[in-house]
Design a protein around this ligand. Structure first.
Ligand code: NDP
Ligand code: 3PG
Length: 489
């Protein structure tokens, strides 16, 4: 089924106006596996002219797509979810090779995405408009009624990152389609092969020609052209704050929905259940080598329980499986996505070492595989206290009071999530209410799911709100039609 999205040389094609098209200029980008450096495929480096064709197709197709019923769109999404599940093994294997995610996590990303797509169809089918009587506002009577329905925005540009190449692409495509938009998917270059498979899934499910199109090429080369294209009506971006800020500077009068970087703090109070806390910190900080926007990225612990917590985390780190999913099966710590990312993490480690951070575990590197690393006594002059490693390293900052924890947590430029570990609900709410983040988790690691919860970052962590219903609402707008009946009073 998926064969014709690539040629005999493993060169992938793009979905443009319902056709799978090769690079017109014969310019391709080779994609190598971070696991063994093998060549796993090539993707077209699209030219501006090729981008234009995709955008025009999306624009034209949206005019018809918005006239389809929500029920029809929902049926296509239910089929897409089924096809996706049928392809689990093939897609998970590709994902493992393309972004170095172990098979168990790759499979679970595919099934989570199928659930997401189904839930999106269910939610859109159950959204209702509203009618607002005029007489609730002073000076108006009940003969004036506003009927409010939702309209699509037009052409949605969906830009996804490498780390969840299926889920973070589908979580833009599915709500966008249900809202009646057409979509241009620009997947991360390392992650494009998965992105193109996903597009094939939606196409096979019956998404009409032009309603979903793909654009491949390096963001640094075609990104600015695509994001400033005059026919784009909405941009839904997930990735680094650096690129998100660039898009927000370059664009004008185009609404943006952005999930960006984070430095999620786990705040641990004296009365916390330390076993539960350590389990959550280790799972939250190190899974997929910390390459998750919502990974726990710093620990702010009350001094009196710090030693005990450090010991527990250290013991649990020893049990993490470190290796290569190709040869070692399901592992927690995998090689990072590329050498640049691994070099950056090592810089943070060296900086913390040189400034007196106490290395409790890890610290070494073999190629791009970095040991799960824990530093104690990290101070606020160390880069590790503030910068997002997107790698398996966690700093422990010891604090003396709730106030100090709140202050350090809020001094970050980021504001995605935070976790608070305590058995005192009053303290939990006291802290939660003062944290400048999108979500506070009480007695749990920071995480996005379940995917129908609102998901948002404040400050440098994002703009707007995702989460199934929130995403549909973000990708549509209210349209009011006002009925003016004769005044019979
Ligand atoms: N808050 C959240 O939900 C999430 C945040 N992230 C954040 O993303 C980062 C890691 O992901 P990563 O993929 O490396 O992020 P990047 O910001 O490097 O890339 C994200 C996407 O943007 C594209 N891109 C790059 N330059 C441009 C440009 N000028 N215009 C338009 N698009 C462009 C990339 O394409 P290409 O690959 O071709 O460069 C990719 O598709 C981390 O900071 C992490 O915190 C990641 C996941 C979730
Ligand atoms: O991109 C990410 O890192 C994800 O949005 C995080 O999702 P998770 O918390 O469910 O892993």
């Amino acid at each position: 089924m998926f064969e014709f999205i690539k040629d005999s040389k493993n060169r992938y094609k793009n979905l443009v106006d319902g056709e799978w098209v090769a690079s017109k200029e014969d310019t391709y980008i080779d994609i190598y596996s971070p696991l063994d450096e093998s060549l796993i495929g090539s993707i077209p480096a699209m030219t501006r002219e090729e981008v234009d064709l995709a955008v025009h197709a999306a624009k034209a197709a949206q005019r018809k797509w918005k006239l389809t019923t929500i029920d029809e769109r929902g049926e296509i999404l239910y089929r897409a979810a089924e096809i996706l599940l049928e392809q689990t093994e093939e897609l998970a294997t590709l994902m493992m090779r393309e972004i170095a995610k172990d098979m168990k996590s790759s499979r679970s990303e595919v099934s989570r995405t199928a659930d997401f797509i189904k839930f999106t169809a269910d939610t859109a089918k159950n959204l209702s408009g509203e009618s607002i009587p005029g007489d609730s506002f002073p000076g108006f009577k009940s003969n004036k009624i506003s009927i409010v329905r939702r309209e699509p925005l037009g052409v949605v540009l969906a830009i996804s990152p490498f780390n969840y190449p299926i889920n973070l692409a589908a979580s833009k495509i599915a709500p966008g389609l249900m809202a009646g938009n057409s979509i241009l998917l620009k997947p991360a270059t390392q992650g494009s092969l998965c992105g193109l498979y996903l597009a094939k899934v939606f196409e096979a499910a019956g998404v009409p020609a032009g309603v979903l199109n793909t654009i491949t090429g390096r963001g640094g080369e075609i990104g600015d052209y695509v994001t400033t294209h005059p026919e784009i009506n909405f941009i839904n971006f997930t990735g680094s704050t650096e690129v998100g800020a660039r898009i927000s500077k370059l664009t004008s009068m185009v609404p943006l929905l952005m999930e960006l970087g984070g430095k999620d703090a786990a705040i641990v109070l004296e009365d916390a259940d330390l076993e539960l806390t350590a389990n959550n910190i280790v799972a939250g900080g190190y899974s997929y080598s910390g390459q998750r926007c919502t990974a726990v990225k710093r620990i702010l612990v009350m001094e009196p329980v710090a030693n005990q917590l450090v010991e527990k985390i250290k013991e649990k780190i020893k049990k993490l499986k470190v290796g290569n999913p190709l040869t070692d099966g399901d592992v927690d710590i995998v090689p990072l996505i590329n050498t640049k990312a691994a070099d950056f993490v090592m810089e943070l480690i060296e900086d913390a070492k040189s400034k007196g951070g106490k290395l409790i575990a890890g610290g070494n590197r073999q190629g791009n595989l970095i040991e799960p690393t824990l530093f104690d006594h990290v101070t606020t002059d160390m880069r590790l206290a503030w910068e997002e490693p997107f790698g398996p390293v966690l700093p422990i900052i010891r604090v003396k009071s709730k106030q100090e924890a709140i202050e350090i947590a809020n001094s970050s430029v980021y504001g995605l999530q935070s976790a608070v570990f305590t058995q005192n609900i009053n303290d939990a709410f006291y802290i939660a209410d003062r944290l400048e983040v999108g979500t506070v988790q009480i007695n749990n690691k920071t995480e996005r799911g379940p995917d129908h919860f609102p998901f948002l970052g404040v400050k440098a962590s994002g703009l707007g709100t995702q989460g199934i219903r929130y995403s549909i609402e973000s990708m549509s707008r209210p349209k009011a039609t006002v009925i003016n009946l004769p005044d019979q009073t």
